[in-house]
Design a protein around this ligand. Structure first.
Ligand code: GLU
Length: 304
């Protein structure tokens, strides 16, 4: 299959959409990103990477980081983690507080903010230097040993942390939070502000298309069973309250972030990453979803 040609066709396909979304402005440093950018990469299970568009451009991965946070937590806690966070779609916005109150401080799933923050709290209890461990994982799996945090974005998120802090304190009031809220939030924002391009992003999550094994680092990251579970959760909850629409249009497990990145997984074949900072009303990359829908049709790779 001519992956390169198909990726390039996706760039032309989304061009008319690039000025239609809205950059995330609740994090002031993210609002500075120029809107009209798009890049796409595909990384196969035998280690080939193909890219098109603005593929050297770096962006902060934002909520895509929640997948690696969950991965590191599952490595350390296994199924015990599910006592603190659920596995159901939320049907509410990524930063909603209401459900958390009704459900006694147990977030619906690890891919909404509250769920990722409580997962960070769990990791914080087991790691002496969480950011160092997180960066090492990305560096090994992406093959770029210089990956780092965009400190301006991390600081901007921390300075505007009110909703995320409210969630963390609410969970603490229900007894579902062990460490100091501000310390855990700083870790969480640093993970969100890790910066890379789409090639590095596709490689970093290639273990999800390869039954839990990362070829680049030659490491088993998750067991086969955990990989199946992760991909299932991504399918039902990876795109916030637009997960149903994404599943319908794209037919693959995926995870988005408000920086405009999305990863999508085709088990046993490849991982695709897209990035375009203009978001739709759910906080997902508008051109990114359109590109994945186009690619799933062209490549015939929906999982169903
Ligand atoms: N750092 C962002 C926040 O906490 C992540 C949200 C997202 O990408 O969905 O609000």
């Amino acid at each position: 299959m001519d992956f390169q040609r198909i990726l390039e066709k996706s760039v032309s396909h989304v061009k008319p959409l690039l000025n239609q979304g809205k950059v995330a402005d609740y994090i002031p440093a993210l609002a500075l990103q120029p809107l009209e950018q798009f890049s796409v990469s595909l990384h196969t299970v035998d280690g080939q990477t193909y890219s098109a568009g603005n593929c050297d451009a770096k962006f902060t991965i934002q909520s895509v980081s929640k997948v690696m946070t969950l991965t590191l937590a599952l490595q350390r806690y296994g199924d015990e983690l599910w006592q603190r966070v659920g596995k159901e779609p939320s049907g509410t916005a990524f930063n909603s507080l209401t459900q958390l109150e009704f459900e006694n401080g147990i977030p619906r799933n690890p891919f909404i903010n509250a769920g990722a923050i409580v997962t960070c709290d769990a990791l914080y209890s087991r790691l002496s230097a969480p950011l160092h461990t997180m960066l090492e994982s990305y560096r090994l799996m992406s093959g770029n040993h210089k990956l780092g945090v965009n400190k301006v974005v991390a600081q901007s998120e921390y300075d505007h942390r009110y909703r995320n802090a409210a969630m963390a304190y609410l969970m603490k009031s229900f007894g579902n939070f062990d460490n100091k809220v501000e310390d855990v939030l700083w870790s969480y924002f640093s993970f969100c502000a890790i910066e890379m391009n789409t090639m590095e992003l596709a490689r970093s999550f290639s273990y999800l298309s390869n039954q839990g094994f990362c070829l680049q680092s030659n490491q088993r990251v998750l067991t086969k069973k955990q990989t199946k579970q992760m991909n299932s959760l991504l399918f039902t909850s990876g795109l916030y309250d637009a997960a149903g629409d994404f599943g319908y249009r794209v037919g693959m497990p995926g995870k988005s972030g408000v920086g405009g990145a999305i990863i999508a997984i085709v088990p046993n074949r490849f991982t695709i990453s897209v990035w375009s900072p203009g978001l739709d009303k759910f906080g997902n990359s508008l051109a990114g979803i359109a590109a994945l829908e186009f690619l799933s049709n062209e490549l015939g790779t929906a999982i169903f």
